[in-house]
Design a protein around this ligand. Structure first.
Ligand code: PEP
Ligand code: MN
Length: 362
């Protein structure tokens, strides 16, 4: 059930409806939109008796949500969710594309700083690097853990880059929540429901990658898990799925982008690095991702990919990343988006904590 408030409803009206919902034993999720606030109700086993809510001041109507996902749906919020960050003009879902770049894993302070310096110079606003690596083999490099988080915190200090890194379990999630700006949940954990619920109780935005064989509905339901716990700052990421095709590591499913945008207000990125697994395919598919309407890109970059401890084959050299940025900037202009140029995303003065803002619906 969804309570749609009138455009002129006051904050007090919204609060009173939320309190009423909670007093009935349900959970209220107020999501402000450009035109009006809608309040999602979860925690109900069956039908909710509308009587008590329908007559409250500021309530326009009650709508039954028939889809299995509710809070991620455009039914509750028509306009796109924009996630912004204190002290920068970087957003996920705003007119400017979010560019997340960095090595697959943090291998050393020197390696991380060398990549950060280059991707910052090319215009990325977000630095990524694995501290906890979910590897196929237990004998492969598993990540530097908290030491990597400390290195990335230093990178934020030095370059003003916001930090995106993966949590692989509830324990690492607490540390990632403490050190990073965005908590990544990887493809292998997209249906780790305990981890999703923990991420829903974290303070930072969550970047949720699509599972390797997840349908659109399963992907949206995973995002619903996070939102149902009260964290409404979720960024989706297409990173390729398993198919019979073997010319690439995964098959990048770009049709997911418009499909998600039709059903959900959440921002969606594309990761052509894991999506193809091949360095020579990353730039062409980055261009395609921007053309299809993605809200940003996640790109692996390494200064010496041949020596990378993970995913060297798909990591771009810094010069290639620079060229990618030049190319996607041109495509972005055609679809009415922007990609920051060098230095453009420098500090622009502090705002309050990360907030969910608005821009026109697609
Ligand atoms: C990664 O981003 O480094 C990663 C492990 O991605 P995925 O979960 O998509 O495989
Ligand atoms: Mn990787």
């Amino acid at each position: 059930m969804l309570v749609v408030m009138q455009a002129h409803a006051t904050a007090e009206d919204v609060r009173a409806v939320c309190e009423k919902i909670e007093s009935l034993g349900y959970r209220a999720h107020p999501l402000p939109g450009a035109e009006r606030t809608a309040i999602g109700i979860t925690g109900n086993k069956g039908e909710i008796e509308p009587g008590a809510l329908e007559e409250m001041p500021g309530v326009r109507e009650l709508i039954r949500v028939t889809k299995p996902y509710k809070l991620v749906s455009r039914d509750i919020k028509e306009d796109n969710t924009v996630i912004s960050f204190p002290g920068t003009d970087a957003t996920f879902g705003g007119p400017g594309l979010a560019i997340v770049a960095g090595p697959c894993a943090i291998e050393s302070r020197e390696q991380a700083f060398a990549v950060a310096e280059r991707v910052h110079r090319s215009g990325a606003q977000f630095f990524r690097g694995g501290a906890y690596k979910p590897r196929t083999s237990p004998y492969s490099f598993q990540g530097l853990e908290e030491e990597a988080l400390r290195i990335m915190a230093e990178i934020r200090e030095q370059f003003g880059l916001k930090i995106v890194t993966e949590a692989i379990d509830n324990e690492s999630l607490e540390l990632v929540d403490e050190y990073a700006d965005v908590i990544q949940i990887g493809a292998r954990n997209m249906q780790n429901f305990s981890l999703l619920k923990h991420a829903g109780r974290a303070r930072k935005p969550v970047l949720l990658k699509r599972g390797m064989s997840a349908t659109l509905e399963e992907f949206l339901m995973a995002a619903e898990y996070v939102m149902s716990e009260g964290n409404y700052q979720v960024i989706l990421c297409e990173r390729g799925v398993r198919t019979f095709a073997d010319h690439t590591r995964n098959t990048l499913d770009l049709s997911l982008i418009p499909a998600v945008q039709r059903l959900s207000h959440l921002p969606i990125l594309v990761d052509p690095s894991h999506g193809t697994g091949k360095r020579n395919k990353v730039t062409p598919l980055s261009r395609a991702s921007v053309a299809v309407g993605a809200d940003g890109l996640l790109i692996e970059v390494h200064c010496d990919p041949d020596k990378a401890l993970s995913d060297g084959m798909q990591s771009l050299y810094p010069d290639q990343f620079d060229e990618l940025m030049t190319q996607v900037r041109q495509i972005a202009a055609v679809v009415g988006r922007t990609v920051p140029a060098i230095g453009e995303h420098a500090e622009v003065g502090a705002t309050s904590k990360p907030d969910t803002g608005l821009r026109a619906a697609r």
